[in-house]
Design a protein around this ligand. Structure first.
Ligand SMILES: [Zn+2]
Length: 468
């Protein structure tokens, strides 16, 4: 655990919004005069000169891309390709132009009413088609769609950066220490290093957060965007701030590691595992949450794990119970199988195995058997939960029926969807006559995970008391 004095705080300083409009653009040196003809090898390649691209940032409303292009022949078509880095999502925007050999190209990407994630790293390039049919692309460039509404102070330590605005020095400094410690500990737990830089963006109020997040609710205290290496969290200036930082920062960072350790396009890790591990990684133990899960199980009013695989819904009571059960089940998992067992499970998902195969391969039990053992560990008498039989209908168990009838249980078939933002809606194109934007999305664009706010009920306890 590094002491504060050991942290090498490097200030990148105040960044004004005006400066950001220009600074947000990172231009590769080759962009100034590069051309990338697509013509066949051996044939003469047309010379196309590109200026450095510029971006006009009006987060979260829009981001406008501009470039000047000059070709030795007439340009008859122009396109911008852009998408978030580290994803397979690419948007194609065909631009309305009048044919000419020299053009100013512009595309206004409208993100209003979509989920414009702050600091999204965007990879983009331009392409023109000449009268001969030859297409020439500009070099690929990278820009960050930063939240330019505020003047951010950025503190960096290695691959980690903490973004704060309009707060004293203390918040950013503490956040850097806590997040650095979380990275160090989770690197050991997950036994991996994060593959790309991590941005931890701290908002001061729910209103600042909700301004760019269309599905924000009062239950959301933070959200991670693992594919982008970004976490966002609300840290209000109030009593309990230190406690909340100790929860939300390790929690959201855990989602970044979890994603990298377990993601495979063909497998779907149950959300209760992800959220349970994230809470396990928080500083301290949510003893009240563990007790809530135990009591719910004892009276037969718990939510079965299979109903927590895809999302937690929006009902506040079930939402809180879902988190409590996730922590309880993952704590039991690590208690019974060790952190090595958790690593094996994540590796099984990472290799593309479904839950029906991942649990037996990693832990030697089916997920149904695991649930039985977890409930038994909580003191639930046999008969209060269904017996493990893959083909048995869980609804045939009397206690189960009773609980369902009372509304305490939510079968997975009717579980409400998780509050996951959808991929951005088809972006607008500028100018009449432009064809619809093509949105290519090979994988879910954003896998997000949330932390819920206002959980100031923890009592200090040794970290990972159940780890073996
Ligand atoms: Zn979470």
């Amino acid at each position: 655990m590094p002491a504060h004095s050991e942290i090498d705080v490097r200030w990148t300083g105040m960044q004004s919004a005006a400066l950001r409009l220009l600074a947000a653009v990172v231009v590769s040196a080759a962009a100034l005069a590069g051309s990338r003809p697509a013509s066949a090898a051996g044939s003469r390649q047309s010379v196309v000169e590109w200026s450095a691209s510029t971006l006009e940032n009006h987060f979260p409303i829009s981001l406008t891309f501009r470039v000047h292009v000059k070709a030795e022949a007439e340009i008859v078509a122009a396109t911008l390709y852009q998408g978030p880095r580290n994803t397979s999502s690419v948007e194609r925007h065909d631009l309305p132009i009048a044919s000419a050999s020299e053009l100013d190209l512009e595309y206004r990407w409208v993100t209003e009413r979509t989920l414009a994630i702050p600091s999204t790293p965007i990879v983009y390039h331009w392409e023109v088609t000449l009268a001969s049919g030859e297409t020439v692309s500009s070099p690929e460039e990278l820009a960050w769609y930063d939240d330019a509404r505020f003047e951010w102070v950025v503190r960096e330590f290695g691959n980690l950066s903490i973004w704060t605005h309009d707060r004293g020095d203390q918040l950013g400094a503490r956040a850097l220490v806590i997040a650095s410690r979380a990275l160090e500990e989770q690197e050991q737990l997950f036994n991996i290093r994060l593959e790309f830089p991590i941005r931890v963006i701290i908002y001061n109020t729910p209103e600042e957060f909700a301004a760019w997040h269309p599905s924000s609710t009062e239950l959301i205290g933070g959200e991670a965007f693992p594919e982008l290496g970004i976490t966002t969290q609300i840290v209000s200036n109030r009593i309990g701030q230190e406690s909340w930082l100790n929860e939300v920062l390790p929690h959201e960072i855990s989602h970044l590691y979890f994603f990298q350790a377990s993601y495979h396009a063909l497998s779907a890790v149950p959300q209760w595992v992800d959220e349970g591990v994230a809470q396990y990684n928080e500083v301290g133990t949510d003893v009240l949450g563990l007790e809530q899960a135990r009591l719910a199980a004892l009276v037969g009013r718990y939510i079965p794990l299979r109903a927590l695989a895809g999302g937690f819904g929006e009902d506040e009571g079930k939402f809180r119970l879902a988190y409590a059960e996730s922590l309880s089940a993952v704590s039991y998992l690590i208690d019974a199988h060790g952190e090595a067992g958790l690593s094996r499970l994540l590796a099984a998902y990472k290799s593309g195995k479904p839950t029906a195969q991942a649990f037996p391969d990693a832990l030697g039990v089916t997920v149904e058997e695991f649930e039985q053992q977890w409930l038994a560990s909580l003191g639930v008498p046999e008969g209060m939960y269904p017996t493990p039989a893959p083909t048995a209908t869980m609804l045939s168990i009397p206690a189960w029926k009773t609980a369902l009838a009372s509304g305490a249980l939510t079968p997975s078939a009717t579980a409400p969807p998780a509050p996951r933002p959808s991929p951005p809606a088809t972006a607008e194109t500028t100018g009449a006559g432009s064809p619809p934007t093509l949105y290519v999305c090979g994988v879910p664009m954003m896998i997000v995970a949330i932390a819920w706010a206002n959980r100031m009920n923890k009592r200090p306890s040794p970290r990972r008391p159940t780890a073996s």
